[in-house]
Design a protein around this ligand. Structure first.
Ligand code: CP
Length: 291
């Protein structure tokens, strides 16, 4: 179920299905399927004729796995933190549910990112990753930076989050990452200037600041004043990462994306193999050919 657009997640998953003999059915509610209502107790006299309470159990009765993409609304921080669409699937589905990027997390991207770290660095423990905010033309969700921060901390990396004042990540996610880093031997620091010295990985991403969530005009002014955070170079010894899609020469310069320090092509290519791994894990014991 794609409630938002996708290139990599959708095609890597469909290609992974083809390679594993799984039959994918892709639906885009509101485009090629009825539009969905997720709120409980509402009078459904608006544009959406289908309620998630009816649709999810029906779909689950047809398939072995459900997968859903539903981005953050970027209006109400508490609502996005509650991840309501993913939670609706989790509570109403009788089959496993895979997150294709929810309001809070993007685990399939995170798995490919972790595979890239292992491919390029070997054991990622103790390696320094700079997760740097970058400019954009509009506010973006925190699912990817939250996932990167969490996984890097879990894997014992030395994580440095760098962003201008006003672009703070969800404090709950940062605190959780600090706890994971404490257990794994890693560390988490948050600073308000860019310093890429000593980085093994430079991961650029734009996101909307938690404290200015939903205040579009104020956020837009601060964002416009932060265009100098565009990433124009990456130091020797560091690899550059971005989840894509990326706005060239807004977020990062062509020279970085096309240069020898870019790990982005491998990072994107690994989406296929990590999608296969997730399908195997989710479906492996559930009628999989050859057990
Ligand atoms: N990185 C990523 O999830 O790409 P898509 O939005 O194209 O799926």
């Amino acid at each position: 179920m794609f409630l938002n657009p996708s290139l990599r997640t959708r095609t890597s998953l469909e290609a992974a299905c083809a390679l594993l003999g799984v039959h994918p059915i892709v639906l885009q509610p509101g485009l090629d399927a009825w539009g969905w209502e997720f709120r409980d107790g509402v009078v459904m006299d608006g544009a959406s004729p289908e309620h998630a309470r009816d649709a999810i159990p029906v779909l689950a009765s047809y398939v072995d796995l459900l997968a859903v993409r539903a981005f953050a609304g970027l209006v109400d921080a508490d609502q996005d933190r509650a991840d309501p669409v993913l939670k609706a699937f989790a509570s109403l589905s009788t089959v496993p549910v895979t997150n294709l990027e929810s309001a809070r997390w993007h685990p399939l991207q995170g798995l490919a990112d972790a595979a890239t770290w292992v491919s390029r660095l070997g054991d990622p423990r103790g390696k320094r990753i700079v997760l740097t905010w970058a400019p954009h033309v509009k506010p973006l969700p925190q699912a990817v930076p939250g996932q990167v921060l969490t996984e890097a901390a879990l894997l014992g990396m030395e994580v440095v989050v760098q962003h201008p004042v006003g672009f703070d990540l969800d404090p709950e996610v940062v605190e959780r990452a600090r706890g994971l880093a404490e257990a794994s031997g890693g560390s988490v620091d948050v600073v308000h200037e860019r310093d890429l010295r000593g980085a093994h990985v430079v991961y650029a991403k734009s996101w909307a600041g938690w404290s200015g969530y939903g205040r579009r005009e104020a956020e837009s002014a601060v964002r416009a004043a932060s265009s100098s955070w565009r990433l124009d170079e990456v130091p020797e010894g560091a690899g550059f990462m971005h989840c894509l899609p990326v706005r060239r020469n807004v977020v990062v310069a062509d020279a970085v994306l096309d240069g020898p320090r870019s790990w982005v092509p491998e990072q994107a290519a690994l989406r296929l193999w990590t999608a296969m791994a997730v399908l195997e894990a989710q479906l492996g014991g559930n009628g999989w050919p050859n057990g």
